[in-house]
Design a protein around this ligand. Structure first.
Ligand code: AHG
Ligand code: MN
Ligand code: MN
Length: 329
């Protein structure tokens, strides 16, 4: 007996306050777009979809052909759903808004259409990250997404790897659905996912280590020396979704600290940090900007960046405490 994403939402209807038929209709637009992207990724070497398009996006980063394809798939599939009032994408400077009939347009969706796209050409895992907010004509879509992450009604990601897994939460636990290519459907494969209380893996771009604030360098030194009573190993894939997915399963800590070139870190609050922080907390983990809970940060710009620390409660709280102590002196 298989359970698809839509089936799961309907089965859990009473536990997902937002998940009337409208919500599962919305989610079907999201899953369809990711299946279109997955199909392109699977055959990337055979199609002219590798490499960059010779342009940069609003972030000033080179746009890969698959960034554009993934973005267009999401804009198309979600734009067709009358539940959607606005779409906010890493690849678009401004929100895309839709004039909807009275009583429709209940949601605004924020997404990173293709995360880790620098890894595409070397066949390494990439992902799609999304976050869903309720909005109303009074609130308006931009204001609806410029709320702290605790206001998300649902969030999740797809990791395109050896298998393609759709991981999401609507506030009542974290569920994983594996794409079954034989039937073209995401099938429930992981129920009530929990992140280990602690791990033995830390994940950071060591090339930037000399430019991290001293308290971060001190913390990483402690991990390497086994100061917390266990030996750590290092894993860094360079695709946030893949590094997070591993952390969700194995525990430990992922960090993108402030650096000399990125005083606010590199990762974006709305469509990278918030959705993954929502998943992490729903699975018993933790996510901060070093000292503050990610989900309580009041955004002021849809593309704003934030230092990002996410993972097991033990490691993330140890770092938070040492950063607060360093601030206090
Ligand atoms: P995106 O491809 O959406 O721009 O995201 C890339 C991000 C994230 O996936 C990853 O954690 C980070 O860039 C890696 O940055 P560095 O190469 O600076 O380590
Ligand atoms: Mn990204
Ligand atoms: Mn991206």
């Amino acid at each position: 007996m298989i359970t698809t994403v839509q089936q799961h939402i309907l089965n859990e209807q009473q536990r997902f306050p937002h998940a009337r038929g409208r919500f599962s209709w919305l989610l079907s637009g999201l899953t369809l777009a990711t299946k279109m992207t997955e199909a392109k990724i699977r055959r990337a070497g055979l199609l002219d979809v590798l490499g960059d398009i010779g342009e940069v996006n609003v972030q000033g980063e080179k746009q890969q052909k698959l960034d554009v394809y993934a973005n267009n798939a999401l804009l198309h599939c979600l734009g067709l759903r009358d539940t959607v009032a606005a779409l906010i994408s890493e690849e678009n400077e401004e929100p895309i808004t839709f004039d909807r009939e009275q009583g429709t347009g209940e949601y605004a969706i924020v997404f990173d259409p293709l995360d880790g796209s620098s890894n595409i050409d070397v066949n390494v895992n990439v992902g799609t990250i999304f976050s869903i907010y309720r909005c109303s004509p009074e609130v308006g879509s931009k204001a609806a997404v410029l709320q702290p992450g605790i206001k998300q009604v649902a969030a999740g990601y797809v990791v395109y790897g050896p298998s393609t897994i759709f991981v999401y939460s609507a506030g009542s636990g974290v569920f994983g659905f594996t794409l079954d290519p034989a039937i073209g459907a995401y099938v429930l494969s992981h129920e009530h996912m929990r992140m280990p209380e602690r791990g033995n893996i830390y994940s950071v771009n060591e090339a930037n280590a000399d430019s991290f604030p001293p308290a971060y360098q001190d913390f990483l030194g402690k991990l390497r020396k086994g100061a917390f009573g266990r030996k750590y190993t290092s894993r860094y894939i360079g695709s946030l979704v893949a590094d997070f997915h591993r952390t969700l399963f194995k525990g430990g800590i992922f960090l993108y600290p402030p650096t000399e070139t990125h005083a606010q870190g590199k990762l974006r609050l709305l469509y990278e940090a918030n959705p993954l922080a929502f998943i992490a907390e729903q699975a018993g983990g933790m996510a901060t900007d070093g000292t503050r809970r990610i989900l309580e940060i009041e955004p002021c710009d849809i593309h704003q960046r934030t230092p990002f620390v996410i993972g097991s409660k033990d490691e993330v709280s140890r770092l938070r405490d040492s950063l607060l102590q360093a601030k206090a002196v």
